[in-house]
Unconditional design. Structure first.
Length: 462
């Protein structure tokens, strides 16, 4: 009995042990599933974290690149920066950029490439009106080169797009129109392009589209400016040659007249000597005409090489008073009354006293010629901003408006033949320009005309 009892106890214990193990296994199973689920969540969070870090890095890169793009106006340097940045950021080995030569062109031609043998893509181009170009413009996002080849590319486009499979076709859109095509391929990792790559290239494409247009505009403006400067230089040279030709003709005319007179009177002198007639009158006329030629030559030299090269700090009032004192007797003889309006304070300038004396004398001589029956000469000095203004106004008849713009031209004169060479005001203009000033003429509202001279105060020698 006892032994049977013992056996039963052992059997019971065995059953109890088996139930315990079975129960323990059942309890452990939910824990393993939870661990596996937790592992998956951690893996997912790790991937999400990686993607977020990539996005942050891409955004930071795009901000820096955009800043650099906006600072770079050199067209070629901008394209080089863009293609190298794109390759480095997505880890690719090949990239190519197609752009139009100008806004009127319908073809996108090779602008720059990396990772290809020289001349390998020379014949490659895209026409803006193909189905492929229209579709990518409409989609406005990077697309797989494989899908494009199968669905939309023409035979010509497929011929070259095979070099970029697998790759991404990135349209560059500017103001809703296709401005360029960027294709990138062959990742170093041999993997396909990921969503991060596509988003990065999409944003970068938008940025470079604007930067390229800005660089193009800058390049076009620079070229236009250079062409304008070249054209202006050619025009200036042409005008100089024309002016030189005109001046030569006028010089020849001005000198030829007195030479003709001299020749005639020399013949008269010969005849007067033969006929024993007094030749003194003829000799005097010859001497006067020779003096006239000498004056023309002297004024021509003054025009091309103005006198008064000795610049220093001077007072315009002192210079003007010296001229008026020198010409006082002649002004009184012509019954011309002087009215002076000077400032209480002086305004020193950096200039040539001899040069300015010549200017003031020429203007006063012009005023005397304009008032043969006498009149008024008003001279006023004032300060306008950082300049000294000198007004020299007479009460003569003035100058007809239609010829005012020509009065500073060499040899242009309104005086009677033999009374002026037409170089006086041209010499004045040249001297004032050497002082970095300006001179102009205006007819007075009441009577006469005014010459206005502006000279910089204390202009330092350069």
């Amino acid at each position: 009995m006892a032994s049977n009892t013992g056996k039963k106890k052992k059997t019971v214990n065995r059953k109890q042990t088996g139930n315990t193990v079975s129960k323990k296994t059942a309890e452990e199973t939910p824990g393993i599933d939870a661990l596996l689920e937790l592992k998956e969540k951690i893996s997912g969070l790790t991937e999400t974290n990686r993607q977020l870090k990539r996005k942050i890095f891409d955004l930071y890169t795009i901000v820096e690149i955009s800043r650099n793009f906006n600072a770079v106006l050199d067209y070629e340097a901008l394209l080089e920066t863009f293609i190298l940045t794109s390759i480095a950021q997505v880890g690719a080995t090949k990239a190519v950029l197609f752009l139009k030569d100008d806004t009127e062109s319908k073809y996108f031609k090779l602008a720059i490439s990396k990772g290809f043998i020289e001349n390998q893509l020379d014949e490659m181009y895209f026409h803006e009106n193909t189905e492929l170009m229209k579709q990518v413009t409409k989609l406005n996002r990077p697309e797989s080169v494989g899908e494009l080849i199968l669905n939309m590319a023409t035979s010509h486009e497929k011929k070259f797009l095979k070099f970029f499979e697998p790759g991404l076709f990135v349209p560059l859109i500017y103001q809703s129109r296709l401005s360029g095509v960027f294709i990138i391929a062959d990742k170093i990792s041999s993997h396909d392009f990921q969503l991060d790559d596509i988003e990065f290239l999409s944003i970068l494409g938008s940025q470079i589209s604007v930067a390229i247009e800005n660089a193009r505009l800058y390049k076009a403006e620079k070229m236009a400016t250079n062409q304008l400067m070249e054209t202006q230089e050619k025009l200036i040279n042409s005008e100089r040659l024309a002016a030189l030709g005109e001046m030569s003709a006028k010089v020849a005319h001005e000198i030829n007249n007195p030479l003709g007179i001299i020749k005639n009177y020399i013949l008269l002198l010969k005849r007067s000597i033969e006929n024993k007639v007094d030749a003194d009158k003829y000799a005097t006329i010859v001497g006067q005409e020779i003096d006239r030629i000498a004056q023309i030559v002297r004024e021509l030299l003054d025009f091309n090489r103005p006198i008064g090269i000795d610049f220093r700090i001077i007072d315009v009032v002192d210079v003007l008073d010296d001229v008026l004192q020198f010409m006082n007797r002649q002004l009184d003889k012509q019954k011309i009354k002087i009215y002076k309006n000077y400032p209480e304070t002086t305004f020193p300038i950096y200039g040539s006293p001899e040069g300015l004396k010549q200017v003031f004398m020429n203007l006063i001589f012009n005023a005397i010629d304009a008032m043969p029956d006498g009149g008024k000469l008003k001279i006023e000095i004032s300060k306008v901003d950082d300049k000294v203004k000198i007004d020299c106004c007479d009460s003569g008849p003035g100058i007809p408006d239609e010829i005012v713009q020509r009065i500073f031209e060499p040899f242009f004169t309104t005086k009677d033949p033999g009374k002026g060479t037409g170089l006086g005001l041209s010499v004045c203009y040249g001297i004032i320009k050497r002082h970095k000033g300006s001179i102009r003429y205006n007819n007075s509202e009441n009577e006469g005309g005014c010459f206005e001279i502006m000279l910089p105060i204390e202009n330092e020698k350069k």
